[in-house]
Design a protein around this ligand. Structure first.
Ligand code: HEM
Length: 450
């Protein structure tokens, strides 16, 4: 990563994202949303979008602003545009939540909220796509891991478009029969494009590079990785293409989703075999905490896939969709996100503070910025609470679920405190902390030399 510009606003994205995660977990512990309310209840929609937009999407955007230049070995198109994008997305999510609060009767009716949400979220993600798109344009055609990110960015554009249609529908602005049909039938497409295409497929691409980089494994670009890309892209194309046609004509979404499911399963199997290769062929024998916890998150992805297959076979997808979406969001995506955040914050802080004085004065190693045994306890508590919460959703025990959500919140708070300590260099011995020429890091902003 030497020579790559640090992203100025990535840490702000991470900080806002962690706040939304803690808020969503605290709401679940307080009995807001599913399973204490119906799956499509406004309270559930608030929690769902705090997690999917406020936490997972902001985390992914922040990571991409830092790692797309690493993947492409080209500087980011603009180190300023990420700030207005962040403000637009947070303001848009605020308007969407206000819209859902109105539906719940907690706020007086202001229909413009949903149109404001659509415009703000739409333009916020458009600025993200523009900034990353222009960066890709400078390095076209992109290498293999970067191609996963390109597909993921197309998927967020689709997800947000469907989201805007739904939001306009709630605001009473949909007058076309076609859009009205989409509003009724396209929700699964919105969810799959968002959780599957944008968040999971992009994570596949980025994790190929990050796992190889942090475990010192040879990067994979052979047929298994290429076919992971082709089959995943095919699955998403079927969901978006055939799925939209089916939803717009109110006809058999099941056929499109089953075909996409087959291609998606093959994609997941190939990705799984690649990940096993990355762990097996690593040079760094002692696996750091972030890679160990990433492996636990990957195991949760495998468990979610097996449960989805079992539910599909037993006709229980609709009944257990809440539990399955929960496991994908908190076992796989949040588990991986927190594990990678633990490493990225330390890495970016080390590079920012000690990069300029490397070789000129004694400096700590990246590992000296963290205390893994202490953080490991919070990570294990987090995954244990997620597993218990998932079990509660499958067995229909809302009160126990709330207790599990409370432990998820405590564990996440513990991890967040570790991230702040790392950023504050608290774990680095006094003598090595700030050698001359090194800058004290600011919590939310990365110091960029030029
Ligand atoms: C990564 C991005 C996103 C993901 C993963 C996502 C996921 C979801 C999920 C899982 C649901 C169903 C929730 C339930 O039934 O309880 C949902 C519904 C909805 N989403 Fe999103 N969402 C995303 C972004 C957006 C955006 C950007 C908007 C608005 C512009 C939006 C607007 C909506 C609306 C209005 C509904 C309710 C649909 C209905 O009940 O008919 N979503 N979303």
């Amino acid at each position: 990563m030497q020579g790559t510009t640090l992203s100025r606003w990535t840490l702000s994205y991470f900080a806002v994202a962690v706040v939304f995660l803690l808020a969503a977990q605290a709401l679940m512990a307080l009995g807001v949303g599913y399973p204490s309310a119906a799956l499509r209840a406004p309270q559930t929609l608030i929690v769902v979008h705090c997690v999917t937009v406020g936490w997972l999407s902001l985390l992914m955007c922040g990571a991409l602003f830092q790692f797309v230049p690493v993947l492409l070995a080209r500087p980011i198109y603009s180190n300023m545009l990420p700030l207005p994008a962040l403000i637009l997305i947070v303001a848009g999510l605020g308007a969407l939540i206000a819209g859902f609060l109105q539906l719940a009767g907690a706020l007086p009716w202001m229909p413009h909220c949903f149109i404001a949400a659509g415009i703000l979220l739409g333009s916020g993600f458009a600025v993200v796509l523009w900034t990353l798109g222009r960066t890709f344009a400078r390095a076209w055609p992109p290498n293999l891991p970067a191609q996963f990110v390109v597909v993921g960015l197309c998927a967020i554009a689709v997800t947000v478009t469907f989201g805007i249609v739904f939001a306009l529908g709630y605001g009473g602005y949909l007058h076309s029969a076609l859009l009205a049909k989409l509003r009724v039938h396209a929700l699964p497409l919105h969810v799959i494009a968002g959780l599957g295409g944008w968040l999971t497929f992009t994570a596949f691409g980025v994790s190929h590079r990050l796992l190889a980089m942090f475990m010192l494994s040879p990067e994979l670009d052979g047929p298994t990785t290429r076919w992971t890309l082709y089959l995943g892209t095919l699955a998403l194309a079927i969901v978006v293409g055939a799925g939209t046609v089916a939803a717009a004509t109110a006809g058999g979404l099941e056929i499109a989703l089953s075909l996409a499911g087959l291609a998606g399963l093959a994609c997941l199997a190939l990705y799984g075999s690649d990940v096993v290769q990355l762990y097996r062929r690593r040079v760094r024998r002692v696996i750091e905490l972030n890679s160990r916890m990433a492996a636990v998150a990957l195991a949760h992805l495998a468990a979610a896939v097996l449960l989805i297959i079992a539910c599909a076979a037993l006709g229980g997808i609709a009944r257990f969709s809440g539990a399955l979406v929960f496991l994908v969001c908190f076992g796989w995506l949040t588990g991986l996100g927190l594990a990678k955040l633990y490493k990225i914050v330390a890495f970016v802080t080390w590079l920012e503070c000690y990069g300029p004085v490397l070789g000129k004065t004694p400096t700590p190693r990246v590992q000296d910025l963290v205390v893994e045994p202490r953080a490991a306890r919070w990570f294990w508590l987090y995954f244990a609470a997620v597993d218990f919460a998932t079990l509660c959703l499958f067995t229909g025990t809302p009160l126990m679920f709330r207790a599990a959500a409370a432990f998820m919140t405590i564990a996440t708070l513990g991890i967040a405190v570790e991230l702040v300590r790392t950023r504050r260099l608290v774990n680095v011995k006094e003598a090595l902390r700030l050698p001359s020429g090194a800058h004290a890091p600011r919590l939310l902003l990365t110091f960029v030399a030029h």
